[in-house]
Design a protein around this ligand. Structure first.
Ligand code: NAP
Length: 257
């Protein structure tokens, strides 16, 4: 593999682990994040492999397009987009804060849409490419205290499902990835029982598996996928009971992560 992979949110967590894994497998890495520190240190970690980075906020479409074009000028056209940048913040009905609601949905949903918008016209012109979005198992249904996060990820799934059907005849693949809990700075502020939590390198391995096999939809780890798949067949009232029990074991300390 030596296609050019554009990864948003590549300076930290899952994006960073994916950049390292894909670079080790021969991909050329184009990295975007909103801060430069993680991107610079990533350059040291994947030294010797083709890599370029640019600063852009995924909520700013013109800046994202400029950054993408800069990276393409250095590395070549983007073959693989991994729309990964995202944030988490407590959003509860008991303290409904529209600013936080809007921020989470803007980064996690519009950010993915903006990232797709920056690369898709080129992919259509070339009749090849692969769009990957890092959604979450939290997209399956609304969860207490994670209202905006769940809504944003459900929205991502919807965009990706529609795109997959439209783009298949053009030779462009579309993959939605739904990780369960992964140990990254995003989950650092959560205390309690995070069931089946994965180390970030193991999560990157799962995601690369989905990418290589061009899966339409991939949720992991397996045990989480089975449990949630089973739960989603229950009536809503049973689901609510189960969700209350599970979510009561998790506490968020601090603000946005
Ligand atoms: P992370 O370690 O916080 O990494 C996210 C990266 O995205 C950070 O570098 C962050 O920059 C960047 N970012 C945030 N907002 C941005 C913006 N507006 N523009 C550009 N970059 C931005 O979190 P992670 O756990 O790796 O999460 C990566 C993705 O996986 C997210 O979409 C998340 O929802 C999803 N996910 C995570 C888990 C989990 O348990 N960790 C589970 C399921 C899905 P800053 O450091 O400046 O914020």
């Amino acid at each position: 593999m030596n296609s050019v992979a554009l990864i948003t949110g590549a300076g930290s967590g899952i994006g960073r682990a994916l950049a390292k894994k894909l670079a080790s497998e021969g991909h050329i890495i184009a990295a975007i994040d909103r801060r430069d520190d993680g991107l610079r240190s990533l350059a040291d970690e994947i030294a010797g492999k083709p890599y370029a980075w640019a600063i852009a906020d995924v909520t700013d479409p013109p800046a994202l397009i400029v950054a993408t074009r800069e990276l393409e000028a250095k590395l070549g056209p983007i073959d693989l987009l991994i729309a990964n940048a995202g944030i988490g913040a407590e959003t509860s009905g008991l303290n409904y804060n529209i600013d936080v609601m809007n921020k989470v949905m803007t980064v996690n949903l519009l950010g993915v849409s903006n990232s797709i918008g920056a690369v898709l016209p080129g992919m259509i012109e070339r009749r090849r490419g692969h769009l990957v979005a890092i959604s979450s198992v939290a997209s399956y249904r609304g969860l207490p205290r994670m209202l905006a996060y769940c809504a944003s990820k459900a929205g991502v799934n919807a965009i990706m499902d529609g795109l997959r059907v439209e783009l298949a005849p053009l030779g462009i693949d579309v993959t939605t990835v739904c990780p369960g809990w992964v140990r990254t700075p995003l989950t650092e502020k959560l205390e309690g029982t995070l069931e089946h939590i994965l180390e970030v390198d193991d999560a990157a391995e799962e995601i690369v598996y989905a990418i290589k096999n061009k899966l339409a939809f991939y949720a992991f780890p397996r045990m989480m996928r089975w449990k949630l798949g089973f739960m989603m067949m229950w009536p809503r009232s049973w689901q609510d009971w189960y969700i209350t029990r599970t979510m009561n074991r998790i506490k968020m300390v601090g603000g946005e992560s």
